[in-house]
Write a protein of this length. Structure first.
Length: 161
């Protein structure tokens, strides 16, 4: 056991990041095993557009839960790969609407069997005594109600009394 593992709850963010990085790395290698050159960080945008077809930048950011700048960065990468394209909204010309390109739609057809396998494997990984996905849902719900920062500052004030 290393010091991060021994530190328990204090290293929660570090351990979640470590788990995420391992899943992303293995995911990229698994896509490659199918002959698909795909970065797992692109998944939330591609998957969202697969289901929603046309969305504005703000709508995509809201759907995937990323900040606007992070979303724009991903969109630029996907545009460079010619997997998405943007067009101006006919109603509000300031708004950019994002859609999958034919290349992006073709990619999804190749990825669907990969997603089926990944879903089964991730279900197996998450299906443990404490059900990882359920625990993540519960933690995210608590954070939506009151952020980590809000809770920490509140405790700081209480401790100073």
């Amino acid at each position: 056991m290393n010091i991060i593992d021994e530190s328990g709850i204090l290293a929660l963010s570090t351990r979640l990041q470590r788990l995420s990085e391992q899943l992303r790395k293995d995911g990229a290698l698994f896509y490659k095993s199918y002959g698909i050159d795909f970065e797992p960080k692109w998944f939330p945008v591609i998957y969202t557009l697969y289901h929603k077809e046309v969305l504005s930048v703000v709508e995509i950011a809201n759907e995937i839960g990323y900040t606007h700048p992070s979303t724009i960065s991903l969109l630029k990468e996907l545009e460079k790969q010619k997997l998405i394209r943007s067009k101006k909204d006919k109603v509000d010309e300031r708004k950019r609407l994002i859609v999958l390109t034919p290349k992006g739609q073709e990619l999804i057809l190749k990825m669907q069997p990969v997603w089926d396998v990944m879903s089964k494997v991730l279900t197996e990984i998450a299906d443990n005594q404490n059900n990882l996905l359920q625990a993540i849902n519960e933690a995210e719900s608590k954070i939506r109600n009151q952020s980590f920062l809000q809770r920490a500052l509140q405790l700081k004030v209480e401790n100073e009394k």
